[in-house]
Design a protein around this ligand. Structure first.
Ligand code: SF4
Ligand code: SF4
Length: 318
């Protein structure tokens, strides 16, 4: 089986619009399994029971795809201008079209282009799907380090990016290696988190206590009400507080545009009935939650008076 030219893969990844690409050899990563087991044993995953299934496959693509030889990891950056000064807020990613489709479509295009050079190649794309950790493989492929915010920090694009993987059945002629962690003595994300959700595991690795995180409570949780000690700070879907605090995001270039009417749309969602909510959130990340979860989040926010201090919504130009 001939090795694939790594430089060609990266050129093609750029051609289909990815902002960064790295390649790791497909192999087992026992360190990650230790972190995952620690996280699960403390029930930091809350209701996300799917994280308990196939834990070994998450750390080893060979268990998922025995013929896997290489993991091509890609980033699609999405830093937008600040969203709005008002409340409620929704996380940046949710103000854009659903990234799963966009990343996957680009990965399919990348696979097609690779086939033009290597017709026998077989690959499977991932983006937040199946028991496969895109973040872990991006770190292995040298695209960044896992910061204290528990996200992949890319030196250029910070943390506002979506990650995808194309697992292929061919080796490549070069593999990237992980880069050093450059959080250094910064703790801004941990200090900014209103719920103290960013912890450290016994082996010194970043550890997100999902059950303390606004993103978990506003998106993943199906509880009828949110815990009183969860401080949304104006967010009703996701949360960007720790990412906004990160110096690497301050210097990252803008890479996505907001639609002109996003602030108006959020206002409409506040008073929307169920039918309108379904209509307005179709094909957006918000369709992941039900109307009752949306109303629950708004009700929790209303119990926590919050005065925003973010700048007013700028124009959506890049
Ligand atoms: S997303 Fe919000 S709640 Fe979650 S860790 Fe970051 S700052 Fe804390
Ligand atoms: S805010 Fe600081 S500690 Fe947190 S991820 Fe960014 S650089 Fe690392």
């Amino acid at each position: 089986m001939p090795p694939i030219e790594a430089d060609l893969v990266k050129r093609l990844a750029a051609q289909v619009g990815f902002h960064a690409c790295g390649i790791a050899e497909a192999r087992s990563l026992p360190d990650y399994l230790d972190d995952l087991n620690y996280w699960l044993s403390h029930n930091y995953h809350g209701d996300m029971s799917y994280m308990q299934r196939n834990a070994d496959k998450r750390s080893n693509p060979l268990q998922l795809l025995p013929q896997a030889r290489s993991v091509i990891s890609v980033l699609l950056a999405y830093k937008t201008p600040p969203l709005h000064s008002g409340v409620p807020k929704i996380a940046r990613f949710a103000c854009l079209p659903d990234y799963h489709d966009e990343v996957k479509q680009r990965l399919f295009r990348l696979a097609d282009l690779l086939k033009e050079h290597y017709p026998e190649i077989k690959g499977r794309p991932f983006c937040d799907t199946a028991p496969h950790s895109d973040k872990l493989w991006a770190q292995q492929a040298g695209l960044g380090w896992i910061g204290r915010n528990s996200l992949l920090v890319n030196p250029t694009y910070g943390t506002f990016h979506n990650i995808g993987s194309l697992v292929i059945d061919h080796p490549t002629d070069h593999y990237d290696t992980p880069i050093s962690n450059h959080c250094d003595d910064c703790h801004r994300c941990q200090e900014a988190c209103p719920n103290k959700a960013l912890a450290t595991s016994p082996n010194g690795h970043p550890c997100l206590i999902a059950t303390r995180c606004n993103a978990y409570h506003t998106i993943e949780s199906h509880a009828k009400a949110l815990p009183d000690d969860i401080h949304l700070r104006g967010y009703v879907y996701g949360c960007d507080i720790c990412q906004d605090a990160c110096p690497y995001n301050a210097t990252a270039p803008l890479s996505a545009k907001l639609s002109e009417d996003i602030a108006e749309k959020i206002k409409l969602l506040v008073d929307a009935d169920e039918e309108t909510f379904i209509h307005l959130t179709r094909n957006t990340p918000l369709q992941r939650i039900s109307y009752s979860q949306w109303r629950r989040n708004l009700a929790h926010l209303n119990r926590q008076p919050y005065k925003p201090s973010t700048p007013p919504l700028p124009s959506s130009s890049e």
